[in-house]
Write a protein that binds this ligand. Structure first.
Ligand code: SF4
Ligand code: SF4
Length: 447
């Protein structure tokens, strides 16, 4: 590698590092916009959930074939990127296959493993494209799900095509490199006899063997640069894409909701007020009631940081929407859209901060401008979306907080709900019967 290439490489690495750090900082700031919520309890249980759900891909395996395909990409992504370490060091120090002399016979074994995984990733990406565009899996089709419009579709396609190109470049690079090594050309020849051809790229070698030495060096250099610049670009692009879940799935599952499913979160301010009014022990009467600020949530600032992390972790897989009874019966609600809208709102705020500073206010809010009352009112609180999500996202928690705002701050509950609320208040049950009539049904049993 010539000195000029080294300079270029260091500049590219620094630029990617700068963009990545800046973008991560913005996302962190957007997540911390949410209300505080303590999720530091039960670290052992949390670690266990993270290992099973994020590392072990447990929930993905409910659909075994797709789960396996996803696992190949995941494994490929983690393992092949070990190779990136060598590429980066080669780029900085101007070396070529830096680790090969130190690892001896293990080196070809490692590269062969990478190549098998690269082929697997390539085939799986083609399979995923076919699922979207040939098999037309319903939950990805914009005709049936309005949230799957142009950008989400382009994003998903781009990443799959990108992966195919990266893996092809990796294999072609190895093939051209092996040929140059065999020919003993320049510094490539120094590893002749130590490293031979590799298990997958040897099938590409015949396609390149007709090239002369300068042509082969051009292919080797082009594919090396394409591969590493592609990876750096990919890393920055991820932060703008649904594929951010590659990184966020781990903290997001660690901070999972540990409450039993179906247990609805209380509002501590109201609980305390009620406890005081009813004289229930536990509430400290000397402590002034906390200022609730706002009941429920109107905008992202009213949600918790975990709700906002959920939004950035959403993979847009649509498993939640495919299981949602409201969506299945033709209602407007899609839990996937709830998560995507929350992230869109955060991204719009970020763009505003960048333009006009931290006091940016566009007069918009999550409820009303992004998510409508019709959507949130359609939720049955069945928890199917929470159960299905492969990265333990809780769309229902956001829906409930938006509803609380509509009901408690705007008094905008549908008429039938208001009737239920007054029944609960007066009859201690959702029905319109007096508590004293509750056992009337048993009267006949006495006769
Ligand atoms: S809890 Fe609501 S949003 Fe989630 S699946 Fe059930 S109805 Fe749909
Ligand atoms: S919330 Fe979960 S299940 Fe729903 S689209 Fe996002 S990642 Fe998939």
């Amino acid at each position: 590698m010539v000195f000029f290439e080294q300079i270029l490489f260091v500049l590219a690495l620094a630029a990617a590092g700068w963009f990545l750090t800046r973008r991560i900082g913005l996302i962190r700031r957007a997540i911390l916009l949410g209300r505080p919520e303590d999720r530091s309890d039960h670290p052992g249980e949390r670690l266990n959930i993270m290992l099973r759900v994020a590392f072990g891909q447990k929930k993905m395996m409910t659909k075994p074939l797709v789960g396996l395909m996803h696992f190949v990409i995941y494994l490929g992504f983690i393992i092949i990127n070990i190779e990136v370490l060598e590429i980066i060091l080669d780029g900085i120090f101007g070396t070529h296959r830096l680790f090969a002399p130190y690892l001896g016979g293990v080196y070809p074994f490692i590269i062969n493993t990478f190549e098998i995984l690269a082929l697997g990733v390539l085939l799986v990406c083609v399979g995923f494209l076919a699922r979207r565009y040939v098999a037309k899996v319903a939950r990805f089709q914009p005709e049936r799900h309005r949230e799957m419009g142009r950008w989400p579709r382009t994003d998903a396609t781009l990443i799959l095509v990108f992966e195919i190109l990266l893996m092809t470049a990796f294999l072609t690079w190895n093939a051209s490199d092996s040929l140059l090594r065999e020919r003993g050309f320049g510094h490539y020849g120094e590893l002749r006899g130590t490293v031979g051809s590799f298990v997958v790229s040897r099938f590409i070698e015949p396609l390149l063997s007709g090239l002369g030495d300068p042509g082969l060096v051009a292919v080797e250099r082009f594919t090396w640069w394409f591969h590493i610049l592609g990876i750096l670009g990919f890393a920055v692009y991820l932060t703008y894409s649904k594929h951010l879940h590659i990184g966020l799935a781990f903290p997001n599952t660690y901070y999972s909701d540990l409450r039993p499913k179906g247990q609805i979160k209380n509002m501590p301010e109201i609980t305390k007020e009620v406890q005081l009014a009813l004289g229930i022990p536990g509430a400290d009467p000397t402590e002034p009631p906390a200022e609730p600020g706002r009941f429920g949530a109107k905008d992202v600032r009213d949600l918790s940081w975990k709700n906002l992390m959920d939004a950035y972790s959403c993979t847009e897989c649509g498993r939640c929407t495919a299981a949602c009874p409201a969506n299945l019966t033709g209602k407007k609600l899609s839990p996937r859209k709830i998560m995507m809208d929350t992230r869109d709102r955060l991204e719009d705020l970020q763009r505003g901060w960048q333009k006009t500073g931290p006091d940016f206010d566009d007069g918009k809010s999550l409820l009303g401008d992004y998510i409508t009352a019709e959507e949130i009112n359609a939720c049955t609180t069945c928890q199917a979306c929470v159960q299905e999500c492969p990265v333990n996202i809780n769309p229902l928690d956001i829906i409930q907080q938006l509803r609380r705002y509509r009901i408690m701050e705007e008094a905008q509950a549908p008429g039938s709900w208001n009737a239920m609320f007054s029944n609960i208040e007066n009859n201690m049950a959702p029905w319109k019967f007096s508590p004293s009539d509750r056992f009337n049904w048993a009267d006949q049993l006495k006769q």
